[in-house]
Design a protein around this ligand. Structure first.
Ligand code: ZN
Length: 467
């Protein structure tokens, strides 16, 4: 009698674990106070930031291939009906990321490290699952430390105001919060729980789209296994940092797959090897405006500037400015402002309006950065500004020199939202660079021109380019 009981006690738990798990794991869409529209708006803003910093690869064959796979996944119920789109960025580190609402970016390094279309589909499905399960949105609303994001977005939405009391104002704070998206991984670094949910939802998404779901965890674990070996691909550290270990991915995804309806996984475009060849033949990435405009890490300030000036050494140029002015960007990757007190305001269309001071950026011609020509691109740039500002009038561009390069100096006049003195005089300096037309805008009200004109001229003399 007692012997029988013992046998039952021993065999019962054993027989349970050898059978399929009693219940399939729960995967939840996270709660967030953001609406879907707000999520998409945030994603759109970050997408434009990404594309000013990273070079999007325009190769019709590769783009089409990536979108074929992506849209197949996007049609599944697991994708939660977000308007996904997929772009390849020229970066040899291993990564892929999706922004809230659906913009998704795949690094060339990921395609180089993958050995099959299914592995690529697995990464897409995992990243899309973070969007579908609203992980980025939940992260933004839940966590205090993402307060920085609100500042950045708040500034972009037009709450940027000039510092009135001589202290470090919002512009200054925004500058401090302005780390680049790629390194900050504000929206790409998730908890282990979210990672696991993205694996499970991603595997279900793959199966529903006709891809073998086991390829998702297999690829993740294959990458981990190369760590510290000669086979370790470039940029694995970034990948590891944004995809924390979650225990055995293969084990828990395999457990989940037991619940899927039996079927043959036949999805494949048949173009993977061809795409890999195309990606391998791409030229190295060109520096993008959003990177060139950021201050250069570890650069020392020049000492030969006009008295009272500070230096702003950026990745693509150096420029000096009066020490009492503030320097910053309305959001990371956006135009660089150098402004005296009261020099910038919130504009009616909820953007940043420069009243007085300097603004620096690159204009990329319609036909692309490689089509940049000093005269025609300057003309195109002024035309594009006039489309958005009907009071803008331009005089004939005059030859000039900036940083030892041939430049054009164009005098413009327009109107600002300032009540007392809406008239504005603008000096536009343009120089051709590899990333596009570099420009420096110096603007002020006519009544302040006597005072600021010498300062503007000093600023122009401080500009230097690295080559
Ligand atoms: Zn993830």
């Amino acid at each position: 009698m007692s012997r029988t009981l013992l046998v039952i006690a021993l065999t019962f738990p054993l027989s349970l674990s050898s059978q399929r798990p009693p219940r399939q794991a729960d995967v939840r869409v996270q709660g967030t106070s953001l609406t879907r529209d707000q999520e998409m708006q945030i994603g759109k803003q970050f997408a434009s930031q990404v594309e000013r910093e990273m070079e999007v690869v325009h190769n019709p064959e590769v783009e089409q291939w990536l979108n074929l796979i992506g849209q197949k996944l996007a049609k599944t119920t697991q994708a939660n009906a977000y308007p996904y789109y997929f772009k390849l960025v020229n970066d040899d580190s291993i990564n892929a990321f999706a922004l809230p609402g659906g913009p998704m970016y795949v690094h060339t390094g990921l395609l180089k490290a993958a050995d099959s279309e299914g592995e690529v589909a697995g990464v897409l499905a995992h990243e899309m699952s973070h969007v579908a399960l609203r992980h980025g949105a939940a992260q933004i609303t839940k966590q205090q430390r993402y307060g920085a994001l609100f500042q950045v977005l708040g500034a972009a939405a037009g709450t940027l105001t000039a510092d009135q009391n001589g202290q470090c104002g919002l512009l200054c704070q925004v500058t401090q919060a302005g780390t680049s998206l790629g390194e900050n991984s504000l929206l790409m670094k998730f908890s282990r729980g979210y990672e696991r949910d993205a694996d499970l939802n991603g595997a279900r998404m793959m199966a529903a789209a006709g891809y073998d779901p086991i390829q998702l965890p297999q690829f993740f674990e294959k990458l981990v296994a190369t760590q510290g070996t000669s086979a370790e691909p470039k940029g694995l550290a970034l990948w590891m940092a944004s995809h924390p270990a979650t225990g055995s991915r293969i084990k828990y995804v395999s457990d989940d797959i037991k619940f899927y309806p039996k079927c043959d996984y036949v999805s494949a475009t048949g173009s993977f090897q061809r795409v890999k060849k195309l990606v391998a033949s791409l030229p190295p990435a060109k520096p993008q405006p959003g990177k060139l405009i950021q201050s250069k890490q570890g650069a020392s300030e020049r000492t030969n500037l006009p008295s009272g000036f500070k230096d702003y050494p950026a990745n693509g140029f150096s420029i000096g400015y009066p020490g009492a002015w503030q320097v910053g960007q309305a959001q990371p990757g956006s135009s660089l402002y150098m402004i005296p007190q009261g020099g910038v305001a919130q504009s009616q269309n909820s953007g940043t309006e420069l009243l007085s001071g300097a603004m620096i950026d690159y204009y990329v011609p319609q036909a692309g950065a490689s089509a940049v020509r000093l005269e025609t691109s300057t003309r195109e740039f002024i035309d594009s500004m006039q489309k958005g500002d009907t009071s803008l009038k331009a005089e004939k561009p005059q030859p000039a020199e900036v940083g030892g390069k041939p430049a054009l100096r164009t005098r413009l006049t327009t109107k600002t939202s300032l009540q007392q003195e809406p008239e504005q005089v603008v000096y536009l300096y343009t120089v051709t660079r590899e990333a596009g037309l570099w420009y420096l805008v110096l603007a002020t009200q006519p009544s302040k021109l006597v005072e600021l004109d010498p300062v503007f001229n000093q600023i122009v003399t401080t500009v230097q380019f690295p080559d």
